[in-house]
Design a protein around this ligand. Structure first.
Ligand code: ADP
Ligand code: MG
Length: 330
């Protein structure tokens, strides 16, 4: 069935029929604006991310279900990186007329399944026709008490730099898709990232992090944002980067420089956070309690520079925006 036959309002009604209103939603889909209850004493955290066909996703690689999940995941990751609890979201779509209703049902099914898993409620959005590709824009609302919100600007010299999970898997998955592969653990991580929402909140509520960011553009680029806003530098140790078993096995087959995937590859949606050295031992306990893992990969310093030390003692040359290449001995 073509979207034309269903119409804009038929489509919105279909979505509205799939949403169960809770989470303090007073007025949900169907009026001129939504009304939500906010928790007393909390700040609202609001984030928005756009996914554009041909720029952020390729419909020949991704199925609608996982595209729906990922559209929400990237926003959940941003609220997690503030240490917040995600609660409500708006969904805006520009849809090319040739897309089928079956495709849209798959997309909405994936999206609302993800919403259910992470206890967030769809409260509205906007729908229009696209003369180009599919455009997905989600605005997510969350909250946290002011003292627990974790920003990018609090890293101080001596702080240890931690990352959750493993790095480079998504970039490896994208490379595998480009090479014609269609399934595997890395591809799954690329198409269906799982945001670290529980870890982000727990880190904030333990008051453990001096700064935090989610890794969407690669470790170096995102650490670069923390360094810039914290007016600091950092040293990363290459052999401390957490790499998955499948990354260790497959990355060398696809890349002559696998470490660059872990340092500069995007879309892992792990959290990077900095911790005062006297509290570093608490991180492992906290994460283990949630069945998760975080690894110390380096330390903040006052150099104003970001450097990466390889296991043989060589220093990699890094620009703030990303990874460049190996330079000689140091
Ligand atoms: P208006 O013309 O006043 O902007 P719309 O017709 O665009 O109203 O939207 C009607 C209702 O449907 C609103 O509650 C809006 O938030 C909701 N809505 C529109 N598109 C979507 C969508 N893609 N997902 C969820 N709700 C939507
Ligand atoms: Mg509208």
């Amino acid at each position: 069935m073509k979207l034309r036959e269903l119409g804009e309002f038929g489509f919105i009604d279909r979505i509205a029929g799939m949403v169960s209103e809770r989470n303090g939603v007073r007025i949900g889909i169907g009026d001129d604006a939504a009304a939500i209850e906010t928790s007393p004493g909390h700040l609202s955290l609001v984030t928005s991310d756009m996914l554009v066909e041909g720029v952020h996703f390729d419909l020949s690689f991704t199925d609608p279900f996982r595209l729906g999940r990922k559209s929400l995941a990237v926003n959940l990751s941003d609220i997690a990186a503030m240490g917040g609890l995600s609660r409500h979201f708006l969904l805006s779509l520009a849809i090319p007329p040739h897309l089928t209703v079956e495709f849209l049902d798959g997309f909405v099914g994936g999206l609302l399944g993800m919403a259910e898993e992470f206890n967030v409620t769809l409260i509205g959005g906007d729908t229009c026709r696209s003369t180009g590709g599919l455009v997905i824009s989600i605005t997510l609302h969350g909250e946290q008490v002011p003292d627990l919100v974790v920003r990018r600007n609090g890293a101080r010299p001596g702080d240890l730099i931690f990352v959750t999970g493993t790095l480079g898997d998504s970039a490896l998955g994208l490379a595998q898709l480009g090479a014609g592969e269609r399934e595997g653990e890395a591809i799954e991580r690329h198409l269906n990232p799982i945001p670290r929402t529980r870890a982000g909140m727990a880190i904030a509520e333990a008051g453990l992090a001096t700064s935090m960011i989610d890794i969407s553009d690669g470790l170096l680029a995102d650490l670069g944002h923390i360094l810039k806003l914290s007016c600091a530098g950092a040293k990363i140790e290459l052999d401390r980067l957490p790499l998955s078993p499948f990354f260790r096995e497959k990355a060398p087959l696809l890349s002559s420089d696998p470490h660059s995937l872990a340092l500069a590859g995007g879309e892992d949606y792990e959290l990077l956070f900095t911790v005062r050295p006297d509290r570093a031992s608490e991180v492992e306990t906290l994460m283990a309690g949630m069945g998760e893992h975080a690894t110390a990969v380096g330390m903040i310093n006052s150099s104003g520079m970001l450097s990466v030390l390889s296991s043989d003692g060589r220093q990699l040359e890094i620009s703030r925006t990303g990874y460049n290449h190996f330079t000689g001995e140091t």
